[in-house]
Design a protein. Structure first.
Length: 964
């Protein structure tokens, strides 16, 4: 230390060894907090304390400082050591009770020295020496000391207090009371209610600190907590305290300390945290702006999602790695490192600009990078980079450059003007496009070429834009010499010399007549169906919206008919898409034959068509629908075939069935779905009751799409019984669907819809493979099931690859062909389609049994049946369930059994529910039966358990029981 001049204070640039007396060492950390470290020396025995633990000696020393001076000493330590720069050279005199020499005056002198520790800003030394003799003699007036303390408290914003832990009494300085809103004589702040002023959430922590033994406390302990102001508001205080006079447990009996109002600091910290959260959230949601944060060593401390998208590194991969290792190309790394170091050391910022950095895969990425350096709460610098991906911009600039080169070729017209926009030159293409020779336009303003109001002048004209931005590009129309209007793409740019003085303008234009035609064709393609040429759904919705507006304005009705072609999916799948497309075109031509200007036609997808008739009310809607049905009475010609098709029509009417285009269209479609419930051509007018039915169908359609992938289908198996031996003859696999939204849906409700949607093929293939696999699984488990019956959808039988699919399934699962029975409906075989008959014949040749399901409902002839490749007839359940209700009910089942015997076909009865029905069938010679009398359809596990219990055989008594 050196003696100061002028103000009598000393400044410190040396350690404590330069001073005689007792020297205590304190530290000011990076956050400005004062922390007691140790008593470094006591060369003169100034304190009179035995050599012991340095921290405890410091506490013993404080306990011997006069109680009236102790708060001043602590406050002096906090004031001189606190702040951005401790007050080197500050002095204070205090009274001290020496263990052997009694009361004496000591003088404290403050000083500092630099710290090498990373977490410490500097070291603060308090040196205690004997006070000068003249000061000892005259002493210090206690009132003067108190006045000085109060002045210091007010100047530095703190208040002091002393508390008796045992009695609970507390004394506070006026400034302390003022901080909490109380006057000197105000009884509101007392020793009794002092603790009640502490925030309930903070009180346990404060109490624990007050009750800790001195040995566990620092010489100066710091606490931050909240106290209630007299106004009711909460005030944040920094409490710097020390404990004195420990009891037998080491707990201090007295506490002295100071309070600093840190409410504003806490508010700033809260705002800082809120701002940090706000900006972090902002950065995370900037999907196209990459933001990264780096510490002083250029290691990543922040990496938002946009940075991952831009550079390819996830946040986990990037955190902690160096900037130059991640995204800086090798050639730039040294320069980047030096630039960051220079910014941190000398404050030289890195300018924003375009850079070419690199992605994780090593590919280059052009960016515009901006940089911000800030200091965090620990005083450490942090670099934040904000990068914009310029890849698209660079690509666009490249395309613009190519476009400019194309405009400079002879195919484009070029106009050059002077600074006053007078034409000075044009090229040959200009003459070819406009018809004006160069001599006819020299000296003129280009505005005469504009067909309408000149765009090259005026407040918002091209000229003003070029003057402000330097260029303009866009489409416009030029007036040619012959008066024709030619669409062009025009680019106008200002040309300046090296000093920035405007020389003139260059305009380049290209005839885009062909482009306009192409755009018109493209617009037609976008809004029309390519197969039929009719407007598509998009164009229909536009026209329907316009028509509804006209109808509302003119108070006129409007009818909307939604048409669906019967059996289109069957035709399209069975005869091929070419035939299907030809059929759609034929339907469109028949609809176009209406030739009514008030009618709009559209194909809205698949086999769905819409007819909109303006001005048509509900009374005329029926006749209109009849006209539509009449169009399809004659067969359609498609693919060289005569195809008889019908239509299902749903009708909605404005304004009764909807006040806007989407509602009318939806209600017409719902009515069409309701028309599907009946055979033949059907017309349904929308009513409110249809909404629920239509919505249920839509739910079924949506549920069926993806039901197989979601595992919502399952198979159950119903035993078939040999009536002659009472043994198990086989099982029939039955499909079940549990919809997530609708619950269990019966097969007759979802299978027709699956067929219409074209999903039944995929579902059927899954069912066949699952059932065959289950048969093999039973066999491997020692359970014998002789035969498996599987239903096949009509559409599958018409596929040319159906037989190959069945045989491949048998090979993959290992099931023998003679153990599989394929069931087809009588209605399907009645159509006698060549593909169906060929497939059935091929199945029989492979040893697979072919059965006619629901026999008796299709009116087959004996001669017809005799010519089909069949093995079995299954009597429809409706005939079995009527047995016994009337004498004539036995005639048809008996006839079918006799027919089967004549054709050498085995007969199976389904739907047997009573013992009488079973006995009748056995007596008539029916071979096999199934139904609830024998067993309900059950999951494979339940059937296996039953087979084990029955030893794979049916007991003879089972024919008299319904619990097979």
């Amino acid at each position: 230390m050196d003696q100061g001049t002028g103000d009598g204070q000393r400044t410190v640039d040396l350690g404590p060894s330069a001073w005689p007396g007792m020297v205590s060492r304190h530290v000011v950390d990076r956050r400005g907090r004062v922390v007691f470290r140790a008593i470094e020396q006591d060369t003169d025995g100034l304190a009179g304390l035995a050599a012991s633990d340095a921290r405890y000696r410091g506490r013993q020393f404080l306990q011997r400082v006069h109680p009236d001076d102790r708060p001043r000493l602590l406050a002096w330590l906090c004031i001189t050591a606190g702040g951005a720069r401790p007050k080197s050279g500050a002095r204070l005199q205090v009274r001290y009770d020496h263990p052997t020499l009694g009361d004496r005056w000591l003088e404290a002198i403050a000083g500092t020295s630099p710290s090498d520790h990373r977490e410490e800003a500097l070291v603060f030394w308090s040196v205690l020496q004997h006070a000068p003799a003249h000061d000892i003699a005259q002493g210090t007036d206690i009132h003067q000391v108190q006045a000085q303390l109060q002045a210091a408290e007010r100047a530095f914003g703190f208040g002091s207090y002393a508390a008796d832990v045992a009695t609970g009494e507390i004394s506070q300085s006026p400034r302390y009371r003022e901080m909490l809103g109380y006057g000197d004589d105000d009884p509101g702040l007392t020793s009794e209610n002092w603790r009640s002023l502490i925030h309930p959430d903070d009180l346990p922590r404060v109490r624990r600190t007050f009750e800790r033994p001195l040995g566990e406390l620092a010489p100066v302990t710091e606490l931050e907590y909240r106290m209630r102001h007299r106004s009711g508001a909460w005030v944040w205080v920094l409490d710097r305290l020390t404990g004195l006079d420990p009891d037998e447990r080491g707990v201090p009996r007295r506490l002295v300390g100071i309070h600093v109002d840190i409410t504003e600091r806490k508010a700033k910290e809260a705002r800082l945290v809120a701002n940090e959260h706000r900006f972090r959230a902002l950065f995370e949601n900037l999907h196209h702006i990459a933001v990264q944060g780096y510490d002083r060593n250029r290691r990543v401390i922040y990496w938002n999602d946009a940075s991952r998208e831009l550079y390819g590194y996830s946040r986990h991969e990037a955190m902690g790695r160096r900037l130059e290792e991640l995204i800086v190309p090798p050639a730039m790394r040294q320069a980047v490192v030096e630039s960051v170091r220079a910014w941190i050391a000398d404050g030289r910022p890195i300018p924003a600009g375009e850079l070419v950095l690199q992605r994780k895969d090593g590919s280059p990425v052009p960016v515009f990078s901006s940089h911000v350096m800030q200091t965090n709460t620990q005083g450490e610098p942090e670099l934040f980079c904000v990068d914009l991906d310029l890849s698209l911009l660079k690509a666009a600039q490249s395309r613009l450059s190519l476009t400019a080169q194309a405009f400079d070729s002879t195919a484009e017209g070029v106009v050059i003007t002077d600074a006053k926009a007078r034409i000075v030159s044009v090229n040959r293409a200009f003459t070819d496009i406009t018809g004006y020779a160069e001599r006819e336009v020299l000296g003129r303003l280009p505005a005469f070429l504009q067909r309408s109001e000149p765009r090259l002048g005026g407040r918002h004209g091209i000229g003003r834009i070029v003057a402000e931005a330097g260029w303009w590009a866009g489409d416009t129309r030029l007036r040619c010499k012959d008066g024709a209007s030619t669409p062009v793409w025009l680019t106008v740019a200002a040309v300046a010399d090296n000093e920035g003085t405007l020389d003139g303008y260059v305009g380049v234009f290209d005839d885009i007549t062909d482009l306009e035609r192409s755009l018109a064709k493209l617009d037609h393609l976008v809004h029309h169906d390519p197969i039929t040429g009719l407007p598509n759904r998009l164009r229909l919705e536009l026209r329907l919206t316009e028509a509804v507006a006209r109808a509302r304005r003119n108070q006129l009705p409007l009818t909307l008919a939604f048409l669906d072609i019967d059996r289109f999916k069957t035709i399209n799948d069975g005869l091929g898409h070419d035939v299907g497309d030809a059929l759609l075109a034929q339907v469109a031509r028949r609809l176009q034959s209406l030739r009514d200007p008030t009618i709009t036609l559209a194909r809205v997808g698949g086999d769905d068509f819409v007819v909109m008739a303006e001005g048509l009310d509900r009374a005329a809607a029926g006749d209109f629908a009849a006209r539509l049905c009449q169009l399809f009475q004659a067969p359609c010609q498609a693919g060289g075939r005569d195809l008889f098709v019908g239509v299902k029509i749903g009708i909605s009417i404005f304004p009764d069935d909807g006040d806007d285009a989407p509602t009318l269209l939806r209600h017409a479609e719902l009515a069409m779905y309701c028309a599907h419930g009946e055979a033949g051509q059907r017309v349904e007018l929308f009513d409110a009751a249809m909404a629920s039915d239509g919505e249920r169908r839509l739910l079924l359609e949506n549920g069926l799409r993806g039901a197989l992938a979601r595992g919502e289908f399952r198979l159950v198996y119903q035993p078939q019984v040999d009536l002659a031996t009472n043994e198990l003859a086989g099982v029939e696999a039955l499909l079940r669907w549990h919809c997530a939204e609708l619950g269990d849906v019966p097969p007759d409700a979802f299978i027709p819809i699956a067929e219409e949607l074209g999903l039944i093929g995929e579902i059927g293939a899954w069912a066949l493979a699952t059932a065959c696999g289950q048969m093999v699984a039973w066999e491997r488990a020692g359970l014998w099931v002789p035969m498996l019956a599987v239903n096949v959808a009509p559409g599958d039988l018409q596929r040319s690859d159906f037989v190959a699919t069945v045989l491949a399934t048998l090979e993959q699962t290992g099931l023998a062909p003679h153990r599989l029975e394929i069931e087809v409906t009588e209605t399907m075989i009645m159509r006698a389609l060549p593909t169906v008959c060929a497939n059935l014949d091929a199945l029989r040749r492979e040893g697979i049994t072919v059965a006619v399901d629901d026999f008796g409902t299709g009116h087959s002839s004996l001669a017809y049946l005799n010519g089909l490749p069949l093995n079995r007839l299954k009597i429809d359940r409706s005939f079995i369930q009527r047995l016994g209700t009337a004498p004539d009910d036995f005639i048809l089942p008996r006839a079918i059994i006799g027919l089967g015997r004549s054709l050498r076909l085995e007969v199976v009865a389904e739907g047997v529910e009573t013992a009488a029905q079973a006995e009748f069938l056995r007596a008539e010679g029916c071979a096999v039966a199934q139904g609830y009398w024998f067993a309900r359809p059950v999951p494979p596990e339940a059937l296996a358990a039953t087979l084990r219990a029955r030893h794979l055989l049916l007991e003879p008594t089972q024919l008299t029981s319904a619990t097979w």
